[in-house]
Design a protein around this ligand. Structure first.
Ligand code: XBP
Ligand code: MG
Length: 224
């Protein structure tokens, strides 16, 4: 029987990516790095999950050897601070139906987890902005960012969430918005419900059990 729901964050709970993009661009400008990521650039860059990994891919695409891996990590830490500042000022909202689905899951006694590529402070910032409480008060289990070395589409972050839930994949359902995310969850043995987001609209998510425009509290009745 269904015991827990495991949520991706970026694109699934909220349309966060343009806020990430803004935080990256402000960080580059602040440090005199002449990088600017347009929406078009970012759509392509998002195929690489993880902010630090994404910066390395961009650097390599320019055939540059700077910034170094160490500088990239420092820039990324500042990007994370900027993301939190933007979100603290009310920069995000939940996608339609997310609040209702999570409330209904609680009513039914289901457990809730996060399996995300983004870093934990970003999940906290989102939860404070949208629920008014830290992430640990919305979710029972968090698996995030650099807690795993292989990011999505590897299954590691979903396997870590399952391990922390102490549940098997059959007892859970995953919620994702992207191809990388759906593949990650499927490789972990999970059923996946996909709700494509603005940046992932045209991606192939056919491995998902269902593809919906939006989440809602009603969908729980259809899952056994
Ligand atoms: C989301 C990501 C993240 C965010 C930025 O992927 O790839 O990199 O864009 O987060 P998913 P960080 O929704 O599949 O988990 O900068 O903290 O890495
Ligand atoms: Mg996502």
């Amino acid at each position: 029987a269904l015991k827990a729901l495991i949520f991706d964050v970026d694109g699934t709970l909220s349309e966060t990516e343009d806020v990430h993009r803004q935080a990256f661009n402000e960080t580059f400008a602040e440090h005199g790095i002449d990088w600017y990521w347009s929406r078009e650039d970012y759509a392509w860059l998002l195929r690489t999950t993880g902010g630090k990994e994404r910066m390395k891919v961009w650097r390599d695409s320019l055939k540059q050897s700077v910034p170094s891996v160490e500088t990239i990590a420092a820039l990324h830490a500042e990007k994370t601070r900027r993301f939190a500042d933007i979100v603290a000022e009310g920069g995000l909202s939940l996608r339609p139906g997310v609040r209702e689905l999570i409330a209904e899951a609680r009513t039914r006694g289901l457990r809730l987890a996060v399996a995300t590529t983004t870093n934990r402070p970003n999940v906290d910032a989102l939860c404070r902005c949208c629920w008014g409480v830290p992430a640990a008060e919305v979710f029972d289990v968090l698996a995030a960012g650099d807690e795993v070395s292989r990011k999505k589409p590897a299954p590691d972050v979903f396997l870590l969430a399952l391990q922390r839930l102490k549940l098997s994949a059959e007892e859970c359902v995953a919620f994702e918005d992207s191809r990388n995310g759906v593949i990650s969850a499927v490789r972990a043995g999970l059923r996946v419900i996909a709700t494509p987001s603005t940046y992932t609209q045209s991606e192939d998510v056919s491995e998902a059990s269902a593809v919906l425009d939006a989440l809602s509290s009603e969908i729980l009745s259809a899952i056994v």
